[in-house]
Design a protein around this ligand. Structure first.
Ligand SMILES: NC(=O)c1ccc[n+]([C@@H]2O[C@H](COP(=O)([O-])OP(=O)(O)OC[C@H]3O[C@@H](n4cnc5c(N)ncnc54)[C@H](OP(=O)(O)O)[C@@H]3O)[C@@H](O)[C@H]2O)c1
Length: 288
């Protein structure tokens, strides 16, 4: 069996990836406690000991707001400096390298769909660190693949995300205000992992490329519309009120649009299919 080494194996994407690929590949899953990607000697030792076919990096600094000030250095250390190290080392040992990037590398000024080759223009610190992440990866390892995704949703019912928050709030409030002037594409982690698996099966055709993977790639949605969909599917009666972004200010600017065009042959399910899957899972755990 081919060996895949994954970093940051404790949560979300990595957990789903192990579930999705465990039968077909030997997955060596390293949590932060086992492998700190900022420790170059440790990373090199693990690569030499395990000799993986491919390294998939799920580790990242991801607090978009704190990257603006208090954790700015950490943001650049993990997302730029250490991704440089991972790219260099994987190149040195001829290991393929897949890493996950974000829709936030674009400024979204054009308020339309952006494709894989569109010009990046990061407008805050986290966005800049991920932009550097991509440049560095592609420069340092020709056998690398960048997967850009947007708004990840994980099935774990206690995890803080928009679907779970809406359901919890509907239990204590009759009226909810939800932002209606941001359009975007949510992505179910399980579907993203199946898409990554498809990439692995055709690795050669995707090397040194940027791929855009989100669910519902033909139709975007606002937070308000998404909330409406959640409550329609769950038969919950809440008075939903649309509001604008300024009602919920944040330190880092968020885009008004985030619409990634996927020009690859790998397609993800549409949003409604995964949402039903997601809500059925909540039901199974008695969280609906
Ligand atoms: N979430 C989204 O909506 C979204 C959207 C687009 C793209 N992405 C991308 O998808 C990837 C995964 O995102 P996510 O939301 O799943 O992130 P996440 O839950 O924050 O997971 C990333 C984890 O990496 C770990 N990490 C940080 N520094 C590390 C180090 N030095 N060594 C080893 N592990 C370290 C962190 O562990 P600690 O918590 O212990 O620090 C963090 O929990 C990221 O590259 C992100 O940019 C996410």
């Amino acid at each position: 069996m081919k060996k895949i080494l994954i970093t940051w194996a404790n949560w979300m994407l990595a957990t789903d990836f192990v579930k999705c690929c465990n039968n077909d590949y030997a997955i060596l899953a390293y949590g932060k406690n086992l492998l700190d990607i900022t420790n170059i000697k440790e990373v090199e030792k693990v690569l030499l000991e395990t000799k993986p076919w491919i390294l998939i990096n799920f580790a990242a600094y991801t607090n978009v707001d704190d990257a603006e000030d208090v954790w700015m250095k950490q943001n650049y250390d993990v997302n730029s400096l250490w991704v440089f190290t991972l790219s260099k080392l994987t190149n040195k040992y001829k290991i393929d390298f897949i890493t996950i990037s974000t829709d936030y590398v674009f400024d979204w000024e054009n308020s339309t769909w952006y494709n894989e080759k569109d010009l990046c223009n990061p407008i805050n610190q986290y966005w800049m660190s991920k932009y550097l992440w991509e440049k560095i990866t592609l420069n340092e390892n020709l056998n690398s693949i960048i997967i850009r995704t947007s708004w990840l949703y994980w099935w774990w019912y206690e995890f803080k995300n928009f679907v779970n928050t809406m359901i919890s709030l509907s239990k204590i409030k009759n009226e909810l205000k939800v932002v209606n002037d941001q359009l975007w594409l949510p992505t179910y982690t399980k579907d993203l992992c199946f898409a990554i698996k498809d990439v692995l099966e055709n690795l050669r055709s995707y090397r040194w490329q940027i791929l855009h993977f989100s669910n519902s790639w033909k139709k975007w949605i606002s937070w308000y519309e998404f909330a409406r969909e959640i409550f329609d599917f769950t038969w919950v009666n809440v008075n939903l009120l649309p509001c604008d972004t300024f009602s919920f200010p944040t330190k880092a600017v968020r885009p008004k649009f985030s619409l990634l065009t996927n020009n690859s042959n790998v397609k993800l399910r549409n949003r409604q299919e995964w949402l039903i899957d997601y809500l059925n899972n909540l039901k199974k755990w008695n969280h609906l």
